[in-house]
Ligand binder design. Structure first.
Ligand SMILES: [Zn+2]
Length: 122
């Protein structure tokens, strides 16, 4: 199995070599898991709402190194300390998986780039 950037995991990544310095393995890129979540989120019994547009459901859950961010259709995004990585894993069903080259492409592809603000698609 390859790393997200298509490398063999046994082959270390190297930063640019600087004269007089040994090349150092570069840090692994963050593994990001993004899962659409059409239902309301109530991590502590209180439904999460978007502070910008007031939406109450149809989220994109984004997990980066165990930290969970919630993104709204209006493109407002925030870190949600009441959610943990396990919550994203639970929401991550066996649906089709897609890989994206960057966040902007992912947001556009999933409809979370702000185009569908004030709209529930899920
Ligand atoms: Zn919003």
């Amino acid at each position: 199995m390859n790393t997200p950037d298509g490398r063999d995991p046994e082959t270390p990544r190297f930063t640019n070599f600087r004269f007089g310095h040994d090349p150092q393995p570069a840090p692994e890129p963050a593994i990001v898991l993004a899962v659409p979540h059409p239902d309301p989120l109530t991590p502590r019994g209180i439904a999460i709402t978007c502070a910008l547009c007031g939406a109450g459901r149809d989220w994109l859950l984004i997990q980066v190194n165990g930290i969970v961010f919630v993104r709204c259709r209006c493109a407002h995004e925030w870190q949600e300390p009441d959610l943990e990585g396990g919550d994203v894993d639970i929401a991550h069903t066996n649906g089709p998986e897609r890989e994206w080259t960057d966040f902007d492409e992912m947001y556009r592809g999933l409809g979370f780039d702000g185009l569908f603000r004030m709209t529930y698609l899920g």
